[in-house]
Design a protein around this ligand. Sequence first.
Ligand SMILES: *[C@@H]1O[C@H](CO)[C@@H](O)[C@H](O)[C@H]1NC(C)=O
Ligand SMILES: *[C@@H]1O[C@H](CO)[C@@H](O)[C@H](O)[C@H]1NC(C)=O
Ligand SMILES: CC(=O)N[C@H]1CO[C@H](CO)[C@@H](O)[C@@H]1O
Ligand SMILES: [Fe+2]
Length: 620
Amino acid sequence: MHIGSLFIYLLNTSPCFQTGTYTIKTKSSLGKLLLVKVEKDPYFVFPEDEWYCSKMVVTTPEGDVILFPCYRWISRGELVELRGGRAMKVFEEEHPLLADHRKKELTLRKSLYQIAIYSCSLCFTLFSFLFFTLSYLRGIELKLKGLLGSTERWKSIEDMKKIFWFKKTTMSEYVTEHWKDDDFYGYQFLNGINPNVIKRCSELPPNFPVTEEMVKQFLEKGSSLQKEMEKGNIFLYDQTKMDGIPPRTNNGEPLHVTAGLCLFYLNPENKLMPIAIQLHQQPSEQNPIFLPSDTETDWLLAKMYIKNADYMDHEAVHHLMRTHLVAEACAVATFRNLPVIHPLYKLLISHFRYTIFINSAAREKLLGPDGPLSISSLGYEGLMELMRRSLSEMTYSSLCLPENIAARGLESIPNFYYRDDGLKLWNITASFVKSVVEYYYPSDSEVGKDTELQDWINEIFTRCILGNTASGFPSCFNTVEEVIRFVTMVIFTVTAQHAAVNNGQFDYGWMPNNSLLLLKPPPTTKGQSSMKTILETLPNIGDTVKIQAMEWMLSTNYTDKVPMGAYPEERFHEPALKQMIKDFQAELSYLSEEITARNLQLEVPYTYLNPTQIENSITI
Ligand SMILES: *[C@@H]1O[C@H](CO)[C@@H](O)[C@H](O)[C@H]1NC(C)=O
Ligand SMILES: *[C@@H]1O[C@H](CO)[C@@H](O)[C@H](O)[C@H]1NC(C)=O
Ligand SMILES: CC(=O)N[C@H]1CO[C@H](CO)[C@@H](O)[C@@H]1O
Ligand SMILES: [Fe+2]
């Protein structure tokens, strides 16, 4: 057998960011084309300019057209070997040269990603770096208004509306106008930025002694709490996870973090209303149950403490840990265990674009000593403890939306758009993943034989959830079905789930509504508070601005955004795969139309899970 290899040498003197498709023709038969080697000019007469190579398309003298994806920077003198054609699993490699190439590729990546795991040094993150810096600086421009760093206290709620005078979204304005409304408060636990926490309640927890007497007046006439629980109209948010985490100190005084309980009632108008709040886990005289019938400011304060703890849980756990860090663990496992020719590498790689970079930036800028997350009431140490607790409780099924919704008893609660759109997205993603995975793994036996795939899932199990078997995470794959479910979960998490918890941060960030930091101790008796108490409880002007700049930055729209399912990089050679991607895109586009039409009917549209608004990877 004649073994050919094509050596392409490109003298590239074009300006740095120009990209193009280069066509190279060969006359004689090449035999079986194994690798394409690409090298950028080794001459030093030209100034160094890195070259971004997208792909090579080789038409052989026999007329076969073979795709060699590259999608990376190549610097002077660097020799890059590209594999092309059909995706291959490790046990399908027939040629020793390719088997060896595959091994070497992984050895190299394992050494790179061991070191580079927390400091992204790889060149494909270059663009992201520019955009991130740009937007962060724009956030800091607020400084020009003389507000950042100000330790002055707010004089009125009206003043707070003025910070973002140049930046408003329809939604952020709505929030500013409706922040005191109970029905909008309840709405946010379904369709705000943390739709992940309430559960149906069929029995009150023993440490939350809400009586019939207390709440009767808020229920439908003639009904009772007991009856409403039986009908499935009562919901609970229990913040027990926060209990006992030491808060940060501020000017020598410890701040306050409550581990509250909030009870909700789905009323006959289908509105979810908060009807009782207890701010600490243990009932006592100093821990009264607050009710909507208390003074306006007592009730507001109670709602603010619940929201404060919720916001920290949202940012540290539901946003950072359960999307960004899950994505990172899967990304790093992909880089280390799957060679570029592996079908799952081809499928997943676009879903990890910029993720490692944004995560290292987040560690440094947001969680850093002066970052907006570290000035929260829990502070850096407290947030870490919260994340540790949450990680030990994180289950695989809770990351799979259909099971998550069922486990929380939220299958039928009305006006829950996060669920409605999310489940459709889950299904669309699952059927795309099924078509791809079944194409490469026609039976369970291919799954068992793919040692790289097994190493991949095992590394995720060990790294992501630290080998905790109680989490229900798989440590190996036995069936095609298991692979489909896991890959669906990964893609759903980095696209839809991240959009749901990320994109509304500015909309909902208006300070009194969502504060990362509250300064006064929570109320222990009723009837002592006034609007003055509320203003004294809210953070000072400088901290408010810092937090809002973060929210703004994290929900900024980017120009190089890749929407869910777009796959601008051509990774798959096989026409069948290109068709599957087209079908996936068509399904997403129908869903987008459906959501747009639905939103026209809503007073408050739910846009975060409209596929056109979802990014293909976590980039911010
Ligand atoms: C998703 O798919 C499952 C299984 O095919 C089906 O039972 C369910 O109704 C679908 N859900 C949605 C929202 O389309
Ligand atoms: C981003 O763009 C979308 C659609 O163009 C818009 O609805 C949304 O409000 C924008 N978000 C921000 C924070 O500007
Ligand atoms: C829109 C919104 O979030 N509203 C809430 C803001 O916070 C206050 C205090 O927690 C609540 O009363 C509002 O309902
Ligand atoms: Fe994010």
